[in-house]
Design a protein. Structure first.
Length: 148
């Protein structure tokens, strides 16, 4: 059901910010990562991917957002970004990722499974992806008018 809720993806975003945040699956010993890509100007979630913290998961996310034309990608200094993103468009300035850090904070606020100091954790990756898809749909459609 959550897969059907994807709003249309824009074809152009001037600046895209990408970042990751961790969560647990099954127990606190199994740390996984949620990678998010957002449009800085509209604050819409353009894509997300779950997996490890390495280049493989970032490549999956980049493949999902690659049809979107953009001028710049902004990230922190995490090593996989330099390996995957096009060098001519990539800027790794941590002080330029304020928008996505705010979105990460909203994800942690609305979804208990992403809170740092919580007894909540996910039992399956499928439920994490469904929860994030619902939040992204809601954020991009309902909340979009508030932040735009």
């Amino acid at each position: 059901m959550a897969k059907k809720l994807r709003p249309p993806t824009p074809t152009h975003a001037r600046h895209i910010e990408i970042d990751e945040l961790y969560f647990y699956v099954g127990s606190k010993k199994r740390k996984r990562w949620l990678w998010l890509a957002i449009c800085r100007e509209t604050k819409r979630i353009l894509g997300f991917c779950t997996g490890g913290r390495g280049t493989k998961t970032l490549e999956k996310l980049f493949h999902r957002i690659s049809p979107i034309r953009c001028e710049r990608y902004y990230t922190d200094r995490h090593a996989p970004f330099a390996k995957v993103l096009p060098k001519e468009k990539h800027r790794n300035y941590p002080n330029q990722t304020n928008t996505i850090e705010g979105i990460n904070s909203a994800v942690r606020h609305y979804l208990a499974r992403f809170r740092r100091r919580s007894k909540c954790y996910s039992k399956s990756i499928a439920m994490v992806e469904a929860s994030v898809a619902l939040l992204a749909y809601s954020f991009n459609t309902k909340f979009y008018n508030i932040y735009a």
